[in-house]
Design a binder for this molecule. Sequence first.
Ligand code: ATP
Length: 755
Amino acid sequence: MYLKKIEIAGFKSFVKKDVLSFTSPISAIVGPNGSGKSNIAEAFRFVLGEQSMKSMRGRRGEDLIFNGSPSIPRVNRASVKVFFDNSKRFLDIDYDEVVIERTVHRDGINQYIINGSQVRLKDVIELLAHANIGSSGHHIISQGESDRILNAGIRERREMIEDALGLKIFQYKKQESERKLSKTGENIAQVMSLRKEISPHLMFLERQVKKIEKSFAMRDEVKELYNEYLKREDEYLKYQRSRIEQEKKEPAKKLIHLERKLAETKELLSQGEHGDKKGREVIKIEEDLGIVRTEKDAKSRELGRIEGQLVFEERRRILEAEKQKQGVHKMVPLKEVEELVGNIKSDIEKVQKQTDISKVKTALSLVIDTLKQFLSIRRTAGSGEESSFKRELETLSNTKEELEDYVERLAKEEDNLMKAYESLRREVEAVKDESRMAEREMFHIMSEQSELRGKLNMTEALEERVHVERENFEREITEARVLVGKAVIDFLDYHVVDKEGNKLDRAAIVKEPRTVQEERRRAIEKIKIRLEDVGGGTGDDTMTEFKEAKERDDFLGRELEDLKASAQSLGELISELEKKLDVQFKEGISKINAVFQNFFSILFDGGTAHLSVVKELRRARLSEELEAGEEASPEESYEGIEVHVNLPHKRIKGLEMLSGGERALTSIALLFAMSQVNPPPFIILDETDAALDEANSRKYGDMIENLSKSSQLILITHNRETMSRAGVLYGITMGSDGVSKLLSVRLEEAVQTAK
Ligand code: ATP
């Protein structure tokens, strides 16, 4: 026996602390109508965690608290304690005695206490569920409720039987798993949509990163090429400069010397007997020639520079044309783009006005045509960039031509002066005396000067070209630094080597034909174009962003795997539980059927009764499906329990045809059968025997005695036969104070009290 006693204080008609001890397998509670017997059954429901107010005949928590009577004031809390003997650990808690207590206050607040510690309702329910004291209260049959199982629908009936069979715990687990599964499903969907959301960006970043990695490889390649190219170029230019300087040195020195001699001779010619007409003519020609030559020298140098620039510009033009060919860049004037946008806008506006789909299609293909046309025109047309190069080249070539013309004119002038000079010289040479010594000397100096100037002039023009080349070279270095990075280009420390890996010195370097260096430069340009296509920059930000995005995606991927795995195991758990439920339920039903049949035939002196599992379709779907001629899928039907009875000597179809008494007997047979198969620790029956006649009361008494072997019984009754089977009898009375009074009685007194 597990149930020891119940303590009731302030609950309904009980005011001060009343204790009912259950020391016998069968206890009966007797008393006149309205004395508070059913309140005791409700006190049990209350303390065991009942949440339905209706089943405790109240609307609010307050209705459960003693409300006072004309002579006794109301109280503020109702409290019920139930005491269990747990020495056999039928409750899963390590105490020999377990006291469960529930209190409700006037403000509706409930408190649950297990062995003095406040707990949650859930804890109480879980503790009891393990001991087959289920929340559906199949072990507490309220007054007039015994045939509830017959009135219930097949589904509710199934639930009651499941509860009685102790299968609710599996149902809870199943529901819990189903809740988790649906939550997991939601999480899976969420993670999947998150991944889908970031996927385009991730793909974009991945492409960027690939480009960046490719550009790194190209940059390494171009760095190597650049180093060799720049080093060679530097060496070449340095060599050229020193060579020119060397070449200039001697003539320059001689010229200075000649200049001095010329000045002296001029001085001589301009004074005394030398200051005659011939002398002045020589000086004049020398001076004119000086002016023309200085001018010609300057312009020749300028020409040299222009030629240098032209080489550079031409090189750039070829590079740009190459880029155009590969379609890397294409400049489109803003005006043309605006025009295109305008055209498309008006095309679309036309589409918007259309309602006819075929016209919409035609109008849309118009838009596509407009776009195609634009592209094809732009593809074939030269770009603005190209024409600007052309202009630049044209200007340079024009300047060059002008300069050439000018230099030619100067050369002619020089030529004329030289002719005059020649005839003058011949005249002077013709005089064979000493008188024209100074003039002769002058001619001598002048022809020497002319020769030296010619040499120097060429060298200087070359110097100018080399100077321009040096400028271009500096620009190339800047470009290289932009492209490959400042620190990476360190060509000065670079060593040019031959095929065998031997270090080459300057002399060896400049021996190489310039065309080879030109090829090297073109190779660099080619890589540069490809690099531009890939896009510049170090891509640090993109790399970091990609790394982060990838990590996030990987994380989500792992999470998705985990979620899917847990969904799988939840699904397996659910089907396992379903299988278990199904097997145990069907086993339970057949066990119940055996006992049910037995009890039924005892009560009715024959006849048959049994439960059957039936499938029913959901009503809402049923009619639709029948109309549509479809078959219902298994999920849309559910299993319930049908009760079949066959009374002896009667032809009865269906429970509706039973009399009140027959109904009560059938219910009793079924309820007792359910309790027998999976006995709860205690059963409370509130006037279940009310409708029984004397003969049946005896049979009922026998059955009760039998049942009390497996469950403790608390019987609220007016029935003498039932009372006689009880070991303990409590009498309840209610006086004029409206308070239930409790007294232990003997059978004879009980019979008296009950009246
Ligand atoms: P019957 O034999 O007719 O079924 P019973 O002995 O089962 O009667 P109950 O229904 O348990 O009687 O008791 C009803 C009594 O409890 C009534 O007198 C009712 O006034 C009283 N009662 C119910 N709630 C309260 C309350 N909150 N405060 C005071 N009395 C209450």
